[in-house]
Design a protein around this ligand. Structure first.
Ligand SMILES: Nc1ncnc2c1ncn2[C@@H]1O[C@H](COP(=O)(O)OP(=O)(O)OP(=O)(O)O)[C@@H](O)[C@H]1O
Length: 322
């Protein structure tokens, strides 16, 4: 569905001058600095995948997305999207693509939501019958009807995002690029948006590339995550193997019944952090020990009444990758 081969993007910006008339002197400067926003990125995204594309601020995510959508021309490398070069075949690419920017709307600010859909349907050549059918589907999934006739500028952020998502799907694209679709939303609104995105992917088979700083979005939605840092892909794989690679410890809390006797020499995989009223808290290296190994060891320390295990937060895992 998407192939990126050795993608690179360099930006040349004039050297900023200091002192008197600095603005004008910068404008006419012949000296440039080169910023390597994307250095040498290759990946393939297959149809039906839900991929998270994450990285710290300024890592090169937007620049990559702009190259994938054909807005920017790569300095080197190649993009093939649905069999096409997105930069050379803009119109055909746009027909296959839906794009949602959490920070910006593609709807007409002063018009009622439904009027924006009429304009978009015209632009994409969607017939009136098809438009009605799709909108009634989305209206049900996203509960659009309560603000159907409201001008976009009066919508709440959550409503605006729902309206934008429906707009991006009006021409039934195969591929959806999402940039921070849950930014600023409350817990409930996030849940609704995520449910809709899951439906698009699982039931409608849409391929989705999601850029976000919300690690819950990634954990709850994506079966694959790509991490970019300083313009380079530093990880591409599943969340589970990312956790394994980083190897942050699992927190365990064990309540013992009766007497507890810790061994004189603790196994290196277990680091006891607290022992309080027969409740032991420890960090376990899951790279070295499986759950069964941990249980077997703990049973020798005393009679176990209850046990709780907490995997490291995905936020913490990502913090390590960045
Ligand atoms: N048009 C441009 N001219 C010069 N430099 C640019 C341009 N666009 C982006 N950059 C630089 O390229 C780098 C990557 O920017 P990009 O917007 O792709 O990052 P990002 O990962 O999307 O960041 P964020 O999470 O903050 O949105 C940054 O250092 C940015 O300043």
């Amino acid at each position: 569905m998407i192939t990126a081969r050795n993608l690179q993007k360099q930006f040349k910006t004039p050297v900023v001058r200091e002192g008197r008339f600095s603005g004008v002197r910068t404008l006419f400067s012949r000296q440039y600095v080169t910023k390597e926003a994307v250095r040498d990125i290759s990946f393939d995204i297959r149809q039906g995948e839900f991929v998270g594309y994450i990285g710290p601020n300024g890592a090169g995510k937007s620049t990559t997305i702009k190259m994938l959508t054909g807005i920017l021309h790569p300095t080197a490398g190649e993009v093939v999207l649905g069999g096409m070069n997105p930069h050379e075949e803009r119109r055909k690419t746009v027909a296959k693509l839906g794009v949602v920017f959490g920070q910006r709307s593609q709807l007409w600010w002063d018009l009622p939501v439904k009027d924006s859909y009429d304009i978009l349907a015209e632009m994409y050549g969607v017939s009136s019958d098809v438009k009605k059918k799709r909108l009634s589907q989305f209206a049900e999934l996203l509960d659009l009807e309560s603000f159907w006739a409201t001008p976009v500028r009066k919508l709440s952020l959550g409503q605006r995002m729902r309206a934008d998502l429906a707009a991006s799907m009006l021409h039934d694209p195969e591929l959806l690029f999402l940039d921070e679709p849950t930014i600023g939303l409350d817990v409930n609104a996030k849940r609704n948006i995520r449910r809709f995105l899951r439906t698009l992917n699982e039931e409608f088979g849409k391929t989705i590339l999601l850029t976000t700083h919300d690690m819950d979005d990634i954990e709850q939605l994506c079966n694959r995550v790509m991490v970019i840092n300083h313009g380079q892909l530093t990880y591409d794989g599943t969340i589970a193997s990312l956790r394994d690679t980083i190897g942050l410890p699992t927190l365990i809390r064990v309540a013992f019944r009766g007497r507890v006797k810790l061994p004189d020499a603790l196994p290196s995989a277990i680091q006891v952090t607290r022992m309080d009223n027969q409740v032991l808290t420890a960090l376990v290296n899951r790279k070295e020990w499986r759950t069964m190994d941990i249980l077997k060891e703990l049973e020798q320390w005393g009679e176990i009444d209850d046990i709780e295990m907490k995997e490291p937060d995905f936020e913490d895992v990502i913090h390590k990758v960045y």
